[in-house]
Design a protein around this ligand. Sequence first.
Ligand code: ADP
Length: 196
Amino acid sequence: MRLLIMGPPGAGKGTQARGVAEAYSIPAISTGDIFRGISKADEATASELALQVKEIMSSGGYVSDEITNRIVAERLAEPDAANGFLLDGYPRTQGQVTALDEILAKDGHSLDAVISLEADQEQLVERLLKRAKVDGRDDDNEETIRKRQQVYVEQTADLLQTYAERGLLVTVDGLGSIDEVSERITDALEAHLNSE
Ligand code: ADP
């Protein structure tokens, strides 16, 4: 099972990704988590890459395709992803879509479905501001949140159309409790997979 989960910042991709991945016994791979890990290296020992990633993330912009594609290619080559994976937060640009196609095609693989979590922007901003208080994530302040929403609309929202044209898109309403949304995803995904 090779899956993607997409949606605007705050739509709950990470939480839902973990549930779906567990249900299908595949790893949930989040580029946001990978980059947060990279940027955590402390100042003294931090690599050029860590410093770069940290700065980009705190501004709400995207890490370059070059770096992102390389990191994802390396992660997907790990043994635990051989039989499937759920990618969360990747691809986010047209260049990443092409790179992912190439990574998969090399091994004769392709995607089975793309889950799109939909939600109203203002409600998402509110959610993220709440998350900021609970988790203390560096990039969860209002300015960066709005910037991330804008970058998503400009660079990522259109990618859904690409996957819709390929007949892969499974759209799910992302507003509701974690369990409600999770059940919606499972139902929609099963319906999609059975209709293939
Ligand atoms: P959210 O979608 O909630 O904003 P993520 O954890 O998915 O959060 O991503 C956090 C940040 O990590 C992004 O704002 C961006 O700077 C960086 N990032 C994550 N995935 C990618 C990607 N595929 N391409 C470029 N940058 C990325």
